[in-house]
Write a protein that binds this ligand. Sequence first.
Ligand code: RIB
Length: 336
Amino acid sequence: MGVTIHDVAKAAGVSVASASRALSGRRKVTADVAERVSRAAAELGYQPNAVAKALRDQTTGTIGMIVPGIGNPFFTTMVEAVERRLQETGRDLLLCSSQYDPLIEARRLETLLSRRVDGLIISPCDIEASAPAVLSAAGRVPLVQLDRYIEAGGTDWVGLDDNAALAQAVEHVAAGGARTVVFAGSRLVNSSARLRLSGFQLATERAGLEARTPLLGEFTHEWGMQAGRLLLGDGPLPDAVICGNDEIAIGLIRALRLGGIRVPHEVMVVGMDDVGHAAMCDPPLTTVAQPVDEMAAEAVRLLEQVRLGRTRAIQRIAIAPRLVVRETSRQRTEGE
Ligand code: RIB
């Protein structure tokens, strides 16, 4: 058996109750007691018993988070933003990846619930298949959906205003002289994929641009390369390609350049997310930035409200994007 609080109290020459108050920091002790207990705990190598603390406090001080894939820089950026916000409220993050698989996602939810997390933040990987497990978990602990959501809704959600994001991207290439555009995005299995395609269709209609058949695959470089090769083999190129995320845009630009196409002179390309390597791309990528820090702050705020039992209507908060113009698009010059 390791060092106990009784050992620490004996070594410090104080009662177990005083040692417990000094170590938990929950209630005041004199500076002398605090110093003696702190020194004894350090010298003995005392490790607080997290399980005992959880039973006593009815809280583990941890929040579970599940994202579709931690290999994607958007999700890692979002996780870091959430963790920073949780630290401000004295909570720790337990992170899982669903690996884009609803069955794995359901298992990870059960794992986190078995660890008695105080709440859950999830970006569901599948708009339909994720629903049963997400709604079941939401019935057991406070849960907020962040970034993606299930079609059934059912809980608070915070994410990007996708319609505004696609409107910014389409209006930008239209201002650069584009008349024919293509959307290269993800298959419609998640809310981000669906909202971006519909946002693109709405924006191109409003701008009077010719939208060609969308190219739908995955939010990956590989799919971007494949989409680029499809464009190269499919007759005249569009004036611009709007991509569902930066990974697709970077892969697509590489394929176009391997095919001898100059970006933006022959085809403009715009991405989405502005995390990771968009600015390091060659040429640097024009993209629509996601307000990840603001999204994370709202998600943690909403989760805390639910955890404190504040009854209110379900909140759905879509946060405004920000166009970041770099070098894969252009502005129409006078007289062009
Ligand atoms: O890059 C992954 C994409 O899917 C991001 O745009 C994010 O919104 C996620 O849903």
